[in-house]
Design a protein around this ligand. Sequence first.
Ligand SMILES: [Zn+2]
Length: 217
Amino acid sequence: MDTSERELILSRKLGKANAEARRILEAALEDGYVTNNEWDAIAQAYREAITIELEGTFYQAGLSAIEALGVSVDSTALHQQAIEWARQYGYELVSKLDQTNRQLLQQSISDYFSQNLSLKDLTERIGTAFNPVRAEMIAVTETTRANVQGELAYSAELQALGVNTVSVWNTANDEIASGCPICGPNNQKVQGDGWEIPPPAHPRCRCWVSTEIRPRK
Ligand SMILES: [Zn+2]
């Protein structure tokens, strides 16, 4: 499975979580308020959509990195790291999304209940908070992140074996073409020499990192 397929799958899963979120919110509107349990159910739908995909992307990136460089490491260790990273990061990401959505909607929902907002307007705002464009954006950005983290985990495994590796930034072709001011200057530069924090550098960043072996100093 290549990166664009992984983006598509994650995007679809996020779309399903969006539908679930809208369903829960619309049902909550009939009760008159959104309970913490309902917000938690929404977060759970996202967690289920995201975690397993991030794990798979991370692990696959590690395996592809082995193939690209031709130096093997313990793939069980990579898998273990994929599981741990996806669990932890997935949790952080969902908490962040959840917070954004709550902030975005809490006021609208209370406006609706105090009759300052029509149901039509509220439904529109819910649709905006959980819209497919946003789902696709998150899918692209987070697939990039999982890919890069898998590559960096491979590099770290090599270093643990005493191999001197460097991580090289590869600016995505579309960002070179559009002259991305954030990622363009990082192209082909080594971590620690021009950049520190790995991609994604911005929403929809599709840059990647590759591992190169350098002679030991
Ligand atoms: Zn980029």
